[in-house]
Design a protein around this ligand. Sequence first.
Ligand SMILES: Nc1ncnc2c1ncn2[C@@H]1O[C@H](COP(=O)(O)OP(=O)(O)OP(=O)(O)O)[C@@H](O)[C@H]1O
Ligand SMILES: [Mg+2]
Length: 258
Amino acid sequence: MIVQLENVSLVRDGKSILQEVNWTIESGENWVLFGLNGSGKTAILNLLNAYYFPTKGHVSVLGMEFGKTYLGEKLRRQIGFVSSSLQGKLHSGDNAFEVVLSGAFATIGLYDVPTDEMRQKAIRLLEELGCIEYANQNYETLSQGEKQRVLIARALMADPKLLILDEPTNGLDFIAREKLLESISAIIKQPGAPAIIYVTHHVEEILPEFKKTLLLKEGQVIAAGETCEMLTEERLSDYFGLPVKVTWQNSRPLLSRL
Ligand SMILES: Nc1ncnc2c1ncn2[C@@H]1O[C@H](COP(=O)(O)OP(=O)(O)OP(=O)(O)O)[C@@H](O)[C@H]1O
Ligand SMILES: [Mg+2]
């Protein structure tokens, strides 16, 4: 079991953010966490990373149950996390190669001496994610799309069991988005790949490799299960509160208003 949320509710600053959330991710599954702005997606991720503690219910991630085991760093070392909020936190002045290497230590900035093996792995990941040509470029000067690739390579340095991608295509143009999705698809196909949670509010980004989807709305799970059953016109029209049409092309869904 990778993730188990049982009747999880979260209240922060007197505000109810999540209500009675149930979600199970088994090993080998890749999930889309779908929800509109403010629906509570990032709040769930903060629970999985042990940055938030549930107000009610049980959370267990990678076999560690909250409240029973000390989590924090021990847990976070096994979770690769990529979000745009991380972009601003990185060490200024580091080049792309150093940013990827720092993933081996789960630190922001390089404080330990990396081994040759780590260096080779960082180079391999930079190659796999198509960012080797800007390995020596200052991270801060990279474009948004280039930064996201470097951050995914960084997250993979520690061989995580769970990889969380929180809206990784934010700010990316069509081509950059499609290329990033191709890279994500390639990661999934590798032997020993981590379970992936792909967080988005765009139906168009859902790759066929993500066989499971959870629909979140206003802090509640509307439905969770097989992606093809979640992305029906009926369910999504109901979800958005407006009639929508879903067209499938090359196993990818496209959404339009009716
Ligand atoms: N620490 C907090 N204190 C008070 N309210 C919070 C806190 N964290 C999140 N919220 C609120 O909880 C709701 C869910 O926020 P969250 O960031 O999880 O949304 P999201 O689904 O990730 O949205 P987006 O797609 O815009 O990133 C929002 O209304 C937000 O204002
Ligand atoms: Mg968010």
